[in-house]
Design a protein around this ligand. Structure first.
Ligand SMILES: NC(=O)c1ccc[n+]([C@@H]2O[C@H](COP(=O)([O-])OP(=O)(O)OC[C@H]3O[C@@H](n4cnc5c(N)ncnc54)[C@H](O)[C@@H]3O)[C@@H](O)[C@H]2O)c1
Length: 450
């Protein structure tokens, strides 16, 4: 098949590459010429494991191209996939749909043959129906069907998630298409390999598809905030949240994923989607949902304050003039994405308390520097930890879990470490003479699980 992908960010680039990998002919479109130049020369504009070789391979065989030209894109295919960003608007709550409307408006004005527009961006329920009505009004001669195909991939695992998703969801306008959706036909062709491999396809109405993505993110966020709230209880009674999470996780009704206590969630998706869903719930009078989702967000933000408190305690009650090493800037491991990163938020808060903060991250330093220019950044762990009064591990990179406490001992001023991701072996650090602190892990309690 031939398709275009509008918006070559984290999602769009991955999707464009994976569709080409499946054998389709794909044209990626973005308004950022820098991104398009990089992608066209085989370089990813962000870090994502294993993706760059596939980019190069598909460029080389001629199945993948990139452009800034909308007219070229409108001519290239009759299936157009929208993956532009939907960040929080200036009010901090609603989804900003400016880019989505911009791309759809421009594209609809150029479409000359019957086309399918497939939205993949995450949007509040009701967006697709409103956008379709708007396009019919703006471009009355454009023959299009708009469907929604939300994406569930995780940064850091984007390739495997996009090539072998858990499920494919397709929302169609049931009333207009009456069981003869062109979008469904095209989606079945586009994802034929995955469907053949047994990936379930759920075809539903537009609103269910849109809401399913928001609800999935809200559920994951709730699970993370749940374990973080319970971690306070653990500290109060002398329980170890890591063992507790393992015990809960063995229950198939619960599952272990998302139960690592720490500084909470961040990134370009969960926080903004949670806020947008809470806002929509409030507007619709779904009071319980609004209350629950707002509480999940509050708990999440409070985790950051909690880690700042732990750092203050580790520095004897004041952070003024303390030297603080922060390991991690990305919102999660295996990504260079620093959007709403808890690690950087905590680093900036500690700096505001008068500390000298030096941050190291294996992949996210450039993005971190742009977002937080007043922080100091180090290009090695050694440099970040020199003379530190306390070391904070705030992103769960494997290389931090593998650190040798004895080697770090030679660098720091105080052997004090805060594990903001429950990712270190506390026994090892304590045996090496370090004061190890982590949310939900009592001061004297070492790993109980085997
Ligand atoms: N990042 C993820 O892992 C992920 C996963 C699932 C869903 N999503 C959703 O996908 C959407 C995109 O997220 P992202 O993280 O890739 O965002 P992003 O900011 O990385 O990428 C958006 C891209 O769209 C481009 N763009 C903006 N306006 C444009 C226009 N008019 N025409 C063409 N390109 C335009 C930008 O230049 C940018 O490259 C969001 O709705 C997000 O919630 C993201």
């Amino acid at each position: 098949m031939r398709c275009t992908v509008f918006g070559t960010g984290y999602l769009g680039t991955t999707h464009a590459i994976c569709m080409a990998e499946l054998g389709h002919h794909v044209l990626g479109v973005d308004t950022d010429p820098g991104k398009i130049t990089k992608l066209s020369s085989g370089q990813l504009p962000f870090y994502e494991p294993d993706l760059e070789p596939l980019l190069r391979r598909n460029l080389a065989v001629g199945r993948l191209h990139f452009t800034t030209s909308y007219p070229d894109a409108a001519q290239f295919a009759d299936l157009h996939i929208l993956t532009v960003g939907t960040p929080s608007a200036a009010d901090g709550h609603t989804a900003d749909l400016t880019d989505l409307y911009a791309v759809a408006n421009q594209l609809a004005a150029l479409i000359e043959r019957p086309a399918v527009i497939l939205g993949k961006s995450t949007v509040p329920a009701g967006t697709a129906a409103r956008l379709a009505a708007h396009l019919r009004e703006q471009s009355p001669t454009c023959d299009f069907e708009l469907a929604w195909n939300p994406e569930f991939l995780r940064e850091g695992h984007a390739l495997q998630d996009a090539l072998r998703p858990d499920r494919i969801v397709l929302g169609v306008d049931m009333e207009r298409t009456l069981g003869r959706s062109r979008a469904e036909q095209q989606a079945r062709h586009l994802y034929a390999d995955q469907l053949k491999a047994g990936v379930p396809l759920v075809v539903t109405n537009l609103e269910t598809a849109e809401l399913a993505k928001m609800a999935a993110n809200a559920y994951l966020a709730t699970k993370i905030s749940f374990i973080n709230a319970i971690s306070d209880l653990c500290e109060g009674v002398g329980a170890d949240v890591r063992a507790l999470a393992d015990i809960l996780g063995h229950d198939p009704r619960i599952g272990r994923f998302g139960l690592d206590a720490g500084i909470g969630f961040g990134g370009g998706c969960l926080p903004k989607d949670l806020r947008a869903l809470a806002k929509q719930a409030g507007e619709l009078g779904a009071v319980d949902a609004a209350m629950l989702l707002r509480e999940v967000e509050q708990i999440n933000l409070h985790r950051r304050v909690r880690v700042v408190d732990l750092a203050r305690q580790a520095c004897g009650g004041s952070l003024r003039a303390a030297h603080v090493a922060v390991l991690g800037a990305a919102f999660k491991a295996e990504s260079d994405d620093v959007r709403d990163s808890p690690a950087l938020h905590v680093s900036a808060a500690i700096q505001q308390h008068g500390a000298f903060v030096t941050v190291y991250d294996p992949k996210a330093l450039d993005n971190a520097r742009q977002s937080y220019p007043t922080l100091t950044f180090a290009t090695t762990i050694t440099h970040a930890c020199e003379n530190a009064d306390v070391v904070l591990v705030l992103t769960e990179w494997e290389q931090f879990a593998a650190l040798n406490p004895d080697e770090l001992t030679r660098l720091v001023r105080n052997r004090s470490i805060i594990d903001g991701r429950s990712s270190l072996d506390s026994t090892r650090w304590r045996e090496a003479g370090w004061a190890y602190r982590a949310p939900g892990i009592p001061k004297t309690c070492d790993q109980l699980s085997p």
